[in-house]
Write a protein that binds this ligand. Structure first.
Ligand code: ZN
Length: 172
């Protein structure tokens, strides 16, 4: 397994709509494994195809520490089929906007249809952190970032803060 470079804002691929995976090949399985390894290496709880520069509808998630969920998930072509009216406010971060956090309101419970890495159709009903991670990662596949839910003022402030820190850390 390889650790992949994670794309950060303002890279354009983060704003592109990812394409459905037509067939789960050995390459797709390897991509899912590499994304999983990358997510663990970067201490993330989720990672999407766009974030490793691939315009493909693939997502990996592992929230086990917080919610005691049984498995890490590899999701191919995930679609949200249900969102509860009840919402929750949760502080979110993103490997593509490193070390920046903001409160985002999301549905408290969701249902997602997806293919697993063997091409088997599955339905996942989730609440807690897993529900939030699913919405955050599936947003990535549509070119949506968590900062899009913030007020223009808060979004600008967060991006300026990120820019400032990058300069300080000599990453620019
Ligand atoms: Zn993210």
């Amino acid at each position: 397994m390889s650790i992949l470079p994670v794309v950060e804002v303002p890279e354009h691929v983060l704003r592109e709509k990812a394409l459905p995976v037509p067939k789960i090949t050995a390459e797709i399985k390897k991509l899912l494994d590499d994304m999983m390894a990358t997510m663990y290496a970067k201490n993330g709880v989720g990672l999407s195809g766009n974030q490793v520069g691939k315009r493909l509808r693939v997502v990996v998630i592992d929230c086990r520490d917080e919610d005691d969920n049984p498995l890490p998930y590899k999701l191919v072509n995930p679609v949200i089929t249900y969102k509860s009216e009840e919402t929750v406010l949760h502080s979110e971060g993103c490997l593509s906007l490193p070390k920046e956090y903001a409160d985002v309101e999301r549905a408290a419970e969701v249902e997602v249809n997806y293919l697993d890495e063997n091409g088997v159709g599955r339905t996942l009903r989730a609440d807690g952190l897993l529900a939030i991670a699913l919405q955050h990662e599936i947003d990535h596949l549509d070119g949506v970032l968590f900062i899009d839910y913030l007020s223009p003022f808060k979004r600008k402030r967060l991006l300026q803060h990120l820019e400032k820190r990058r300069k300080k850390e000599g990453c620019v």
